[in-house]
Design a protein around this ligand. Structure first.
Ligand code: GP9
Ligand code: MN
Length: 648
């Protein structure tokens, strides 16, 4: 074999790699809105197509003789087709194609207009490199040898591709820890790892999901139903139905832990407005100071899942993403079917984050006001998205436009790690533990508190305050175990395993029109209890639905709190990291049989809840005769302007 001949085959290969790389990169820049935030992300966006091009096109180099050229062209065509299909889908849905969306033909109904309107003449660009390659192939193939390349070459190419991928993944996870395990956002995977790797990632996730689903059957849900029926707590007869037909405004406090309530920093209250609600200065709020979050890796998404479904989150990943196509019987759908409520979520972030734009459809959420609905100009945005003050201000007109009664979920964002805030907007000095995120945590909490004060006064002005149920909750911790040293200074105590579990308290407060607030209640409760509580307030019996929590106002309320990591908290003792502790002293305890039983029961409950999600068991469950399974294809969160040509 003459060397110059094999070189030309390799040259052809590298030309294909170079062209595909360039094409993919240009597509990222001109077609997708990937929200690049730093130079590392910029670099990875440029770098990430390389490994896919080397690995996939490299496979062609194993083919014999001229066939290698044909394989290169075919693989290049398939990859380009995938890229272009994503482009077309993105133009309509501002999202990437996933296998579940592909198999759900209904989803393509949301393409909004025909595919024809989404393609343009300049799309020929996507075929240009292939045409060039075909020409190059025809022109040069005669000089190619009929033998196979020396194995060393394709192996080296694949090794280089894998190396490039490893470097890419390492840099990506340095910039965004837990990128793959926590399953945040499709946009992130595409931005960091590229659209081809996203397709592989999606395929693996879909395969895992469907495997668990296939082995489940309707008898599995009966076991769950027996359990939840036995756990059910009857409503408090004085409160059942008192809020029937009332608007419900649910306010999500990002990363807000209960230790902030009444906390004084530099002699000042950090959250004076929330404190005033806690101390019932308006005689209408009830505050739960022993309320716990139960979120796991899905963080905010887990909180949303738990509150609207009374199910536990999954031990790994976010059910919002991995179980985004499951059947749900969520609070918005129940409120709608029973009492004709309109539901809406307000959140100043991209709609794809946590797969919200898919799973909200399964929850039956009518309106989703995401970043596209807000003025996201530079001054209004920090960290993940819209700042809380402009968020609440701009939400008012949309809130007022909702048909009544409504169930509105307002999700704040500024008080989010790493707690960035401009000097101008910080109205309290940082703490001085020397740990920057802990120190700023108080400043963004203050900002959130101020935004709430403003929102409450706007609600009053709009006539929406007095007659609405208003519920406020913290989604999850803001200060992780990595900051135990600084937290010791803040709380004045060493953060032991016991103390850590105790710190998972988040605020829960509620105002119900016509019901006098009780100030602070010490009952133990948690996020799974919110849904049955709300259902009973509006007069819908919670036992018809599969729910693991119990009504907080019921005298039969079950006051143990289970966490997905296996910890359990009761009013008397805590099971944390494998040990029992006395709540009063914080000292280790020798567990009684009863305590061991309690722990077992909590773990059993978690297992059952996981089964519901893994097996997609609610598809077998009919809560009432009248129940209409939610049809995701009836919902769309694409803002009208999204689909129109921008230069029209
Ligand atoms: C993103 C926001 C933050 O939209 O909800 O999510 P988190 O990081 O807290 O899960
Ligand atoms: Mn959150």
């Amino acid at each position: 074999m003459k060397p110059n001949k094999s070189i030309s085959k390799m040259t052809f290969f590298f030309a294909a790699v170079g062209l595909l790389w360039l094409k993919t990169y240009l597509t990222y820049i001109y077609e997708f809105n990937l929200d690049i935030q730093n130079s590392m992300q910029e670099f990875l966006l440029f770098f990430n197509p390389l490994s896919s091009a080397l690995v996939f096109l490299g496979i062609a180099l194993f083919a014999k003789g001229k066939r290698a050229g044909i394989w290169i062209i075919v693989i290049d065509f398939l990859m380009s087709f995938l890229l272009y299909a994503n482009v077309v889908y993105y133009r309509s849905a501002a999202d990437y194609i996933t296998l579940p969306t592909l198999t759900q033909t209904a989803n393509f109904g949301s393409l909004g207009g025909s595919i024809a309107s989404l393609v343009a003449w300049h799309d020929l660009f996507y075929a240009a490199d292939i045409i060039l390659l075909i020409a190059l192939f025809i022109w040069s193939r005669t000089s190619w040898s009929d033998s196979r390349l020396k194995l060393r070459k394709p192996v080296l190419v694949l090794a280089a591709g894998i190396m490039a991928f490893a470097v890419n993944l390492q840099l990506a996870t340095d910039d965004r820890p837990e990128l793959l395990t926590r399953t945040f956002d499709r946009n992130y995977i595409v931005k960091y790892l590229g659209s081809y790797n996203f397709a592989i990632y999606d395929a693996i996730q879909t395969a895992q999901s469907s495997r668990q689903r296939v082995f489940a059957d309707s008898s599995d849900i009966t076991v769950v139903e027996n359990y939840t029926t036995a756990k059910y707590a009857k409503p408090n007869p004085n409160l059942f139905g008192v809020a029937k037909g009332k608007n419900i405004i649910k306010i999500h406090l990002e990363s807000f832990q209960s230790f902030l309530i009444d906390y004084k920093l530099h002699g000042e209250e950090v959250t004076p407005f929330l404190n005033s609600l806690v101390h019932n200065q308006r005689k209408n709020f009830t505050y739960y100071d022993n309320f716990f979050h139960q979120t796991a890796q899905g963080k905010t998404a887990d909180a949303e899942l738990i509150l609207d479904n009374s199910l536990y989150p999954l031990p790994q990943g976010a059910a919002f993403v991995t179980k985004g196509q499951n059947t749900y019987q969520a609070l918005p759908a129940i409120l709608k079917q029973n009492q004709n409520y309109t539901s809406a979520v307000f959140h100043g972030d991209n709609k794809t984050f946590w797969n919200r734009d898919e799973i909200y459809k399964q929850f039956g959420i009518d309106n989703y006001f995401h970043a596209k609905y807000y003025d996201m100009n530079k001054d209004n945005v920090i960290n993940y998205g819209l700042k809380d003050k402009p968020f609440f201000k701009q939400s008012m007109s949309m809130l007022k436009s909702l048909e009544k009664p409504f169930y509105a979920h307002m999700m704040t964002l500024t008080h989010h790690h790493p707690y960035k805030i401009s000097d101008k907007e910080a109205s309290i000095k940082p703490a001085n533990t020397g740990d920057p995120s802990v120190d700023r945590y108080f400043q963004t909490a203050r900002y959130l508190d101020e935004s709430l004060r403003q929102f409450f006064s706007d609600l009053k002005e709009a006539g929406l305050y007095k007659d609405s149920v208003i519920m406020i909750y913290g989604d999850h911790y803001g200060i992780s175990e990595n900051h135990n040293k600084a937290m010791k200074q803040i709380t004045g105590e060493k953060i032991t395993d016991f103390k850590h579990t105790q710190l998972q308290r988040v605020p829960f407060m509620i105002k119900v029109p016509g019901v006098e607030g009780k100030g602070t209640v010490h009952e133990y409760s948690s996020q799974i209890d919110v849904m049955p509580t709300l259902l009973h307030l509006v007069g819908i019996k919670a036992n018809k639905y599969i729910q693991f929590g119990t009504d907080m106002f019921s005298k039969d309320h079950k006051d143990f709190v289970a966490f997905q990591d296996g910890d359990v908290v009761t009013p008397e003792y805590t099971f944390a990291s494998g040990e029992f502790y006395d709540n009063d002293t914080g000292k280790k305890l020798e567990p009684t049989e009863e305590m061991k039983e309690m722990k077992k029961k909590a773990h059993h409950e978690l297992k059952l809840s996981n089964k519901v999600l893994y097996g997609d068991l609610l598809r077998f469950y009919e809560p009432t005769e009248k129940w209409q399974p939610v049809d995701a294809s009836e919902y769309s969160y694409i803002k009208e302007e999204d689909t129109s040509q921008e230069d029209e």
